[in-house]
Design a protein around this ligand. Sequence first.
Ligand code: RTP
Length: 155
Amino acid sequence: QAMARFETEKTYVMVKPDGVQRGLVGNIISRFETKGFHLKGLKLFQCPKELAETHYGDLSEKPFFPDLVDYIVSGPVVCMVWEGPGVVKSARKLIGATNPLESEPGTIRGDLAIEVGRNVVHGSDSVENGEKEIGLWFGDEGVIEWEQAMSPWLR
Ligand code: RTP
């Protein structure tokens, strides 16, 4: 059984302001849903500057950091928690490479974006960072543990 090798885990995925403005929220959610992952948290949220700076704290020395923070707070984002076997790595694959011109067609960025500074979506890069980011964006509330009635074909 191939799936036995993958732990059930959670990841933090976020539609960035350009994705919300361009009306891509449904398209992006749809890809995670139809893949078979389970939605455990979802909100439309205006990110305060401090949170954007904390979230991207590792990049604070980068020349593009101020622009990145301005971009993330420029309009509402859609915050999501997705759960499933190997979802952290799989979500990164669904999202595609950071620079949309290098993302494969079929990925979210490959299909929907051109600019690295407007790359539509974020996904945690490790299980550990996923836990950290879910805490950062959702706090104690908003993540709902519910059992999805699963099709046996998806088990
Ligand atoms: P993310 O954290 O948003 O999922 O993106 P990532 O892991 O694929 O890429 P990372 O290197 O962590 O960069 C975070 C975000 O910063 C913006 N960026 N701009 N102007 C630039 O050269 C540049 N490089 C990165 C992108 O929005 C990237 O997603």
